[in-house]
Design a protein around this ligand. Sequence first.
Ligand code: COA
Length: 394
Amino acid sequence: MMQIGIDKMGLFTPNTYLDLVMLANARGVDPDKFTIGIGQDQMAIAPLSQDSVTMGVNAALDLLDGENRDNISLLVLGTESGIDQSKAGALYIQRLLGLQNARAFEIKEACYGATAGLMTAYDYVTAHPDQKALVIGSDIARYGLETPGEVTQGAGAVAMLVSAQPRLMVLEPQTTVHSADVQDFWRPNYSKEAFARGKYSTEQYIDFFQKTWADYRNTTDRTIADFKALCFHLPYTKMGLKALRTILPEATEAQQADLLARYQESTLYSRQIGNIYTGSLYLGLMSLLEQSQQLQAGDRIGLFSYGSGAISEFFTAILQPNFETQLAAQKHADLLAKRQQLTMAEYETQFQTELPEDGSAFEIDLTVDPSPVVLTRMKEHERIYEVLTQAVKP
Ligand code: COA
């Protein structure tokens, strides 16, 4: 039987971050609230030279090589921090990656966007098994200075190559979905920051998880015992834990300990990067796969996607033989280790500095950004992107 799934994953996060103990001290909050109560240690801060397009390209470059870039004919960008109301960021991404003639478009549904792309890619490759799809989730999460959500910001992108006979993980066809019109988090066109009913959104997340999980158990004959790990959308790492805890009593004591240990492994990247909205579930999945020593081929992993507004989907994947060869733990450790820490003043200045909106010409300072692909300047309302590192040019 033809099997469809994720062949390889790529990661990008900007080169600058804020330490959250420092943020806690500056805001007069007990640091334990952030590191334990919220479960975050650092958050990535995007410089002006990184936006949802450049981060998406940089994440895709992390996985593309000379051979696997052939036959990519679907390119989906899931984002809620897009740069244009009309033109899809996917078209800039296609050009900057040196790809052509793909069904390239952008998709939006809060943090569910990349999952919508992944499911679309699954159906597309099922219908066209000789073709591949590139799915990217790329976002800058902004709640605003001195807001309750400030500690749950972040920036980054995840890219996934979807193909037939994937070498990393096969996606199983059974999924369950729950959706309803819920006003827990939104960002009107005129606002650069999101509005969130914070407590309400965490209640909705848990409620939606319980509904999709119960539906999954009722429509398949599987139970929690069929899972080696469960990954969650991670707006902050305590959030997934709260959801996981509601179903742990269904497992034996030994399995509860295993699932909790896998959960911790899935949160290591998010703890250092923060919320990357659409990519967050997949950042958790990468963290689990690259940081756990306990997984093997044949293991089933459950994935819970949640996008405020709201929609949730529970789906599953099976690890493939030699899946380790498709991972890049050392490269991603280096990406995180090489970042520069910002002072509070630098963070606040960076947060408040904006690109011109009046069409004037503006050169962006690139000295702080070593990323392969950057936004270099603005000119007559256009963003001018450049591939800076020759080595990654196709
Ligand atoms: N040591 C350890 N833990 C502490 C603590 C301390 N000194 N002080 C507080 N905490 C714990 C609280 O007990 C709480 O834990 P719990 O959720 O398990 O009960 C946690 O830290 C958060 O504290 P709380 O007072 O609830 O935080 P808050 O009112 O500042 O807001 C959010 C938290 C998540 C609501 C807020 O960050 C937010 O609005 N985020 C954006 C929206 C979002 O991410 N939604 C998720 C669904 S998409």
